[in-house]
Design a protein around this ligand. Sequence first.
Ligand SMILES: Cc1cc2nc3c(=O)[nH]c(=O)nc-3n(C[C@H](O)[C@H](O)[C@H](O)COP(=O)(O)OP(=O)(O)OC[C@H]3O[C@@H](n4cnc5c(N)ncnc54)[C@H](O)[C@@H]3O)c2cc1C
Length: 335
Amino acid sequence: VTRPGPAGDEEGQSPGRVHARNLVLGVGTEPYVPEPLRPLAEAPNVPVLHSSDYLEHRERLLATGHVTVIGSGQSGAEVFLDLLRNRPLGAEGLHWLARTPAFAPMEYSKLGLEQFSPDYTRYFHTLPEPVRDQLVPRQWQLYKGIAHETIDAIHHELYRRALHSDGWPGAVLTPGVTVRTAGRIAAARLELHLEHTQQGTRARHTTEAVVLATGYRERPVDTLLAALDPYIRRDASERPRVEADHRLVLDPVIKGSVYVQNAERHTHGVGTPDLGLAAWRSAVILNSLLAEPAYRLPSRTAFTAFGLQPSGRCDTVIGGPHLPDQRGPLARTRT
Ligand SMILES: Cc1cc2nc3c(=O)[nH]c(=O)nc-3n(C[C@H](O)[C@H](O)[C@H](O)COP(=O)(O)OP(=O)(O)OC[C@H]3O[C@@H](n4cnc5c(N)ncnc54)[C@H](O)[C@@H]3O)c2cc1C
């Protein structure tokens, strides 16, 4: 790396500019709002916010007559639960809408979690692109579901409210619903146009506030790498091709390497943003950068043998020193 020099105006020496042989990008994710919901976020006077801003607006939402939460991941569930617990009994004024066919639990079985292991990541990387593209959306319950405890707490609170009021609580929970369009209809009211995919029905829904628990997406690296664009090799869907060691496939004319972390779900699968794999990912990248590997990495990390070996033999013996942690394959972190 060339540090900025005192002169400050030579090529590569001006303040804020450095030279590097290689680059590792780890720019993370940002709150995501689906296209049909974007006009909502621009609605003046009406609280429409992403769940990442929930705590800042919580008091205002608790005082609003009717609130709709969109999204059935962990964030949506926690926001819904907090509103439910803190709004008046019998006058909850809450709607929880989700596109998923059910308010479903997150996959948390120990063998299920082995899909967040280096072994699975390596296996996923070897699959053909169309297979990988089909797999990721089907694995939504691995990372988009709700913790069992949160589902239990929501049901418990609804049940408690039903017991202590005259009837059903004023909270409507509807899965399988897509928001087609949305907009403001009065000074402080919003209208959502909904579609139930299984039923094939449509309805209008009015509310006074919306919490968009619609998740996070990888920050696009295209802008950062605009100058390299002609040299980046892409797949059939125009996404950068990424090697197993997280290195972008570049035209050989480029001598340095560019590595990405958390921008390679299409090539490395659901474990891409997982914190439990962060240390392994970083070690793979560092080993790839250095002439001699600095980190000894286990050749096997899961009890499941993903895929068949070309020989057809499935009788590999587990190596002693690298047995997975008792709590799970990589003692996966989950909040
Ligand atoms: C609400 C929530 C709950 C989660 N829970 C879990 C969980 O329980 N278990 C789990 O495994 N994972 C969980 N995740 C996912 C996990 O937290 C993230 O995938 C992980 O933190 C991402 O780490 P990262 O280093 O890739 O990116 P980040 O931690 O987002 O860091 C990216 C950094 O890059 C900086 N940056 C961005 N753009 C630029 C730029 N142009 N120039 C310079 N710097 C830039 C940002 O400011 C930031 O500091 C959760 C994520 C969220 C949002």
